[in-house]
Write a protein that binds this ligand. Structure first.
Ligand SMILES: Cc1cc2nc3c(=O)[nH]c(=O)nc-3n(C[C@H](O)[C@H](O)[C@H](O)COP(=O)(O)OP(=O)(O)OC[C@H]3O[C@@H](n4cnc5c(N)ncnc54)[C@H](O)[C@@H]3O)c2cc1C
Length: 393
């Protein structure tokens, strides 16, 4: 029975990959250069993904979702990123904004907010980082104080992907200032909340179509029914969310890397120098082989981590015992480092043309860079991996 279920899941994910690949090649790819050039949030892509159900992949079927797993999430991230990093990031940040609800929300909250996503096509975002709290997220300063039936939120979040376009935000705050992880709580905050405003929109090196903004809270009154889990339970939810989403960051990196490799490979068969194609030079062949090794190894790690996460164990100590923290961090770290290397090599293989905006590989290189930085920088991933290794000696 279990074997049959797993075969059905595999078949479902195979069909999902086929259909997302088709959407990416026929609809997303042709928009990618323009999205990058214009630097404007691609609402047409958001509408397309919503129509195709790609923004409700992990929602239960009963709420109009796909009832998909982390593997399905990674497949979508990879196939869209192959065509356009910014569009993939919009989809990813939306799904990450919903994971705290998935792991920490009660039935009433899930009904209320899932409904907004599935029926009203609401977009979500995940707001943890603050100007003074990046890698050290536990030092966040945004406060929430219970006054009557609402919590009053005060503070500033920064670099929030989908910040200016989302309808729902998972916002991490402290309800017991000074207590670091023990004081952190998480709320679902609706865009219409009085006292919430959108701050400056960042100009970035890459991912130009992705909307990255500050969120400012000034006595923003959030109903106490929007607290996910218990007061002080937010840190656990944040860590589980990051564990669940890091392989999908790896999948974005993987998609970008595969896109760069395929473009460079094709180019080498057409560009002629010294009377032969670039593909005839062994020096270039070895570069292509090294790129392919990186891409395949990244793919293996991303889907190994996703498969482990698909056991849907949402308890921190069980996750740690299974090695989820380490594998999830490893997949994100390796795939993003690989993407940086592979995209830089793709630029190199195209020579001067690789540096020009006429070709997509320079965009891929710029888009790849941030995968080494967000959802915990790759140094932080190494801290997590080393901590897990050392815990066992
Ligand atoms: C385009 C973009 C989108 C983003 N989207 C979101 C989002 O949607 N939601 C959200 O909450 N955040 C988001 N972020 C924020 C992102 O997660 C942070 O930038 C990241 O966690 C790093 O924090 P920081 O920028 O403050 O760097 P810092 O923490 O100041 O780190 C600076 C450098 O020091 C290194 N460093 C820090 N601590 C250690 C350590 N212990 N050991 C070794 N090295 C260390 C870091 O690796 C880094 O190289 C986004 C960022 C960007 C650029």
């Amino acid at each position: 029975m279990a074997e049959m279920r797993s075969e059905m899941k595999e078949e479902r994910n195979r069909l999902l990959r086929e259909s997302v690949k088709k959407i990416a090649s026929t609809k997303v790819a042709k928009r990618a250069a323009e999205i990058d050039r214009a630097g404007v949030f691609p609402w047409d892509m958001a509408e397309l993904f919503a129509r195709q159900g790609l923004l409700s992949v992990m929602l239960p079927e009963s709420y109009g979702g796909m009832d998909g797993d982390i593997t399905a999430f990674c497949i979508i991230a990879e196939e869209i990123a192959y065509a356009c990093g910014s569009s993939a990031l919009m989809m990813l940040a939306h799904s990450v904004g919903l994971i705290p609800l998935m792991v920490g929300g009660n039935d009433e909250q899930k009904t209320r907010f899932y409904h907004r996503v599935a029926k009203d096509r609401a977009l979500a975002a995940f707001a943890l980082t603050e100007p003074e709290a990046g890698s050290d997220a536990a030092s966040l300063k945004t406060t929430a104080e219970l006054k009557g039936d609402s919590y009053l939120l005060n503070g500033r979040k920064c670099m929030v992907t989908n910040g200016g376009v989302a309808d729902l935000y998972a916002v991490f705050v402290t309800t017991r200032p000074g207590e670091r992880t023990k004081g952190i709580s998480v709320f679902m905050v609706e865009k219409e909340t009085a006292g919430l405003s959108i701050g400056k929109r960042e100009e970035k090196m890459g991912m130009h179509g992705s909307d990255t903004t500050d969120l400012i809270f000034e006595n923003a009154a959030v109903p106490k029914e929007n607290l996910l889990g218990e007061e002080g339970g937010g840190w656990e939810i944040a860590m589980m969310t990051l564990n669940l989403s890091r392989p999908a960051i790896g999948a974005i990196a993987l998609g970008i890397a595969q896109g760069a490799l395929d473009f460079a490979l094709d180019y080498t068969t057409k560009r002629v120098q010294f009377g032969q194609t670039l593909a005839d030079f062994q020096g270039v062949q070895f570069m292509l082989a090294d790129m392919a090794i990186q891409v395949e190894a990244a793919r293996a790690l991303v889907y190994k981590a996703a498969t482990l996460l698909d056991q849907k164990i949402f308890e921190r100590d069980k996750m740690a015992a299974l090695g989820v923290d380490k594998l999830s961090a490893t997949a994100k770290c390796f795939a993003s480092d690989a993407a940086m290397q592979v995209t830089a090599d793709a630029v190199q293989i195209l020579g001067g043309y690789g540096y020009l905006k006429d070709y997509p590989v320079e965009r891929m290189m710029r888009d790849a860079k941030v995968t080494q930085i967000f959802e915990g920088s790759n140094q932080v991933q190494r801290v997590i991996i080393a901590r897990d290794l050392l815990r066992k000696v």
